[in-house]
Design a protein around this ligand. Sequence first.
Ligand SMILES: [Zn+2]
Length: 336
Amino acid sequence: MLMAFSISAMAQATLPTPANIVVDEWNDWDGGFSQIGFRFVEDWDGAPVANDYSIEYEFIGGEWTKLEPTKLFYRVYIDNDQLFVFTPEEFPRDFTESVTEIPYRYDGFEFGPFEVHFPNHSNVTEGMDRFFNWRIGMQAVYRDGDQMTCSDIVYMEIFPQLKPAAQATPTSFLADWSCDAPNTQIINNFIGNGCGYFLYVVNKETQEIVLEQNVAPANYAEDEWGNEYPLPGATYLVEGLTPGTTYQYYVVVKQNTGVSYQSVVQEVTLPQEGHGYDLGDVNHDHSVNIADVTVLIDYLLSGTGDICTICADVNQAGGINIADVTELIDLLLGSN
Ligand SMILES: [Zn+2]
């Protein structure tokens, strides 16, 4: 058994690893279908190549590894490294059984070999199903007998991920769906009058919408011609809320095609009023800083110490544990 494994491992080391797939674009057409456009890395003769390929080598006549096209496949991933399954129900024109690996230059999906076509993927207002929440990824797979090598998974963010609430006070919190992925500009192409990024805040108990706010993108990027374009994503301080109340909130991207994307729903419980200290001010010195981290870690290690258990529940999950330390450090670093 051990011998067989060793031989297999040695043989695998000689199998070339395919170059990372280049994910070019995401298009959404009026809610009817959408597609992800991507490229395998190929040399100038159109042959797929391994990860030792570079254009520079082509200029200087260097050696690189060409791949055997019939041994090459791709996979699609959604959200958190979840392998996408193409089912005959969703793709009746392409498959008669469920598959996760599509052959290189597969001539299906109606729109060409290098576009994966998702019918009716969109989460429109009526609540159609969607295949992913915020990003989609591609991976090249190379198979020879029972040996296999894989490229990295290359993701394209389609929708900014709504992060957990930060800076919760008795009456406010910071909603954050900032995003710095330049390839998300595609969605902005669809945004016109009456469209944009809408933040919704809902009272969890009553399900009353307490805020519906069109929030402009917070960040801009430059394309290769020096033109600025907005990146989808923003931060927004929600104020005037009721202390001790649990709120749900989410973001909806409304496009001028009539299609909208809704983010995951986040939840935050605001601290009671009159406490007078900020979340994370574990030692109640009216400042949230590294000293609070030290006090909190000491408390978790020893089980004793003078801390405020309200302010120490930094992630508002109820109870105090190592996750609150992480949240507090993130808070100090300004990363959420
Ligand atoms: Zn406190």
